[in-house]
Ligand binder design. Structure first.
Ligand code: GDP
Ligand code: CA
Length: 313
């Protein structure tokens, strides 16, 4: 079986680990959001790609959910001692090596997709990890700051301000001019099923879907989604701040209706919600309720199995 997933960082990665456990023989391709990417200190930081790579490759810090296990932050402390204005972004010492390799390969002229493949040669994630695009796409958030309206980088909004500044708009700058990375459309065309993990519907999945050609390619496929929202709140993080920026309520039904039925010009054939949200309905979409908390690997695997069952139905 060939499976394609679109993914962000932590929510995507943990679900994908379950998917690999549930379908060990499947050929999995993951199309990863790169709208969170940012250049700091000359380094190209790709948070979602690295979270998926480290998680599936066994190098992730399980507690934090991002970055390397057994990590130290000496370089970050030194940056703080220099009072650099971007020291709010945590790059661990081990993690820096990944970024040095990426910088060197990008400088040598390799596209991000090739760099990712080279990094994955070490981590062996057991899936093909593809950036959604090799082009530069960066998400910006329009907020009011110091009494005037400004567009700040998504990372500044999310990490520095903890999404506490109300977002007036969220824009993936460069998305409309971007093209899918090599292999993305081929993988979708060859897929037996497409699974949307419980990634952020706005700044993870939503950004991938803005790369011209990807949403269109999905129209020919069976697509099943998993809700990142349980009982009216995101399980982790501040996805509610992203959803309100696009006028979508933070509940499983509203997110499913936002993705909409494929038969209705949207995306979904099936929508998996938590048992707490069993009353949710999405016109034209088969909605099923199962426990959606990824407390451990078996729980994530059970969710993935339910998603594949729903796809088969
Ligand atoms: P990010 O890029 O690191 O923010 O990660 P993603 O976009 O891939 O996923 C973020 C989403 O994962 C958040 O909106 C969470 O609500 C969701 N999430 C995290 N843990 C769980 C879980 O155990 N169950 C469900 N259903 N969603 C989860
Ligand atoms: Ca992310």
């Amino acid at each position: 079986m060939r499976i394609v997933s679109l993914a962000g960082g932590i929510g995507g990665a943990r679900f994908l680990r379950g998917l690999q456990a549930a379908a060990p023989d499947a050929e999995l391709t993951v199309v990863v959001n790169t709208g969170d990417d940012i250049t700091l200190y000359g380094l190209r930081i790709c948070p979602d790609l690295d979270t998926v790579m480290y998680t599936l490759g066994g190098g992730i810090d399980e507690q934090r959910g991002w970055g390397r296990q057994d990590e130290t932050f000496h370089a970050k402390a030194e940056l703080e001692a220099y009072d650099v204005p971007t020291a709010w972004f945590g790059l661990g010492d081990r993690d820096l090596a990944t970024h040095l390799v990426r910088r060197q390969m990008l400088d040598a002229g390799f596209p991000l997709s090739e760099v990712t493949r080279a990094l994955c040669a070490r981590w062996q994630p057991g899936a093909a990890l593809l950036p959604m695009t090799d082009d530069q796409v960066e998400t910006y958030v329009r907020v009011e700051l110091d009494g005037r309206e400004r567009a700040i980088h998504f990372q500044e909004w999310w990490v520095k301000h903890r999404a506490a500044l109300p977002a007036r708009a969220i824009v993936a700058v460069g998305a409309e001019r971007s093209t899918p990375a090599p292999g993305v459309l081929d993988a979708i065309a060859a897929a037996d099923v497409v699974v949307l993990p419980p990634s952020n519907p706005v700044v993870s999945i939503g950004t991938v879907l803005q790369v011209p050609g990807i949403a269109e390619a999905l129209r020919a496929k069976t697509v099943v989604g998993v809700s990142p929202v349980i009982g009216g709140a995101p399980v982790r993080g501040m996805a509610d701040a992203c959803l309100s920026a696009i006028g979508v309520e933070t509940n499983a039904e509203a997110v499913g209706r936002h993705y909409r039925a494929r038969s209705d010009g949207g995306l979904l054939d099936g929508w998996l919600v938590d048992t707490a949200d069993a009353a949710a309905t999405v016109p034209g979409v088969e909605v099923r309720a199962v426990p959606l908390l990824m407390t451990d690997l078996p729980a994530a695997a059970a969710m993935a199995r339910a998603a594949l069952d729903l796809a088969g139905a």
